[in-house]
Design a protein around this ligand. Sequence first.
Ligand code: PPY
Length: 353
Amino acid sequence: MFDAMLRDWEGESLVVHRDAPSGAWIFIAIHSTRLGPAAGGTRIKQYPAVEDALCDALRLSKGMTLKFAAPGLPYGGAKAVIMLPDDFEPEGRRELLRRYGEHVKALRGAFYTGPDFGTTPADMDVIAETGSPYIFCRTPEAGGAGDPGPYTAFGVLTGMRAVCEHLYGDDSLASRRILVQGAGDVGGALIPLLLAEGSEVTFSEVDDRTIHHFRDEVGVAFVPAGDALGVECDILAPCALGGVLDETTIPQLRCAAVAGSANNQLGTAEDAERLRSRGILYAPDYVVNSGGAMAITLLEMRGGTPEGARDEIATYVRRALLRIFETADREGITSDAAALRMAEEHLAGAVAA
Ligand code: PPY
């Protein structure tokens, strides 16, 4: 099983640490350094089994390679997963993060990291105590770029406009019915942007405080998480964890398009074909959610400004998606296949960045 998992991954190197004091497993999956130093977030989570954590790290690292390669950015793909044991004591978090920082530093620049599911800019401040200068998105007080979520949300908004431009010949999001699945770091930043565009927003979420905020204080329509995928809408935006689109859920969808921030939205590659044969336009996840990665590298490695990041995101996400949708239509292939080709062209050095 490990054999097949590692072979299918096709990555460059995998660093494994067993953090004895806490019992956590640490996986740093460096998928590719072909285009430049590898970068990707650090995810902290509990998993049912160690192989689930490893599988997550491997798949997400490959997604990062594609995320940087598709726009032609000079970085490679990686991801780290810290799997917490069931009996993890929260008081041990700070020391765990500091030990993790030492492991990142030991890679001497082969791996740059930042926040992901389960980690925050405040965590990056702690990791940077031992892992500097390879840690991005520390808090602004500590001199970092802070939370990348709003940039990712801005990229998703741009992606939704491109979806409407392709589907309806008009990129306005006014009156479009949009279902935001998950109102966390990115979904929660996306909702106000959509409301400002005049969209009809519905959201689903599992966290009670977040539900209370958006439903009761902001007045956004709410559906329980279990009903979200079946809501009739123009665009479904998966903004929670991955793997939401598969042979069970795709037949239930009642949307014209899917465009959201979650990584690895498709259960398997065949699910892209399932969406296509249902006539649902799929905006490939690593293109539509690339705003965070683009902003992080621009602000922290390329000396850019927040305005520059927004310009780069708006230009790239729109251009890439329209090209992907056109290629898919012209050649009768899935948008996922068209996006993969675009990324592979850059990886093969066939197109100048
Ligand atoms: C993602 O987009 O999924 C990321 O992991 C973003 C990122 C990019 C570069 C460093 C850290 C996180």
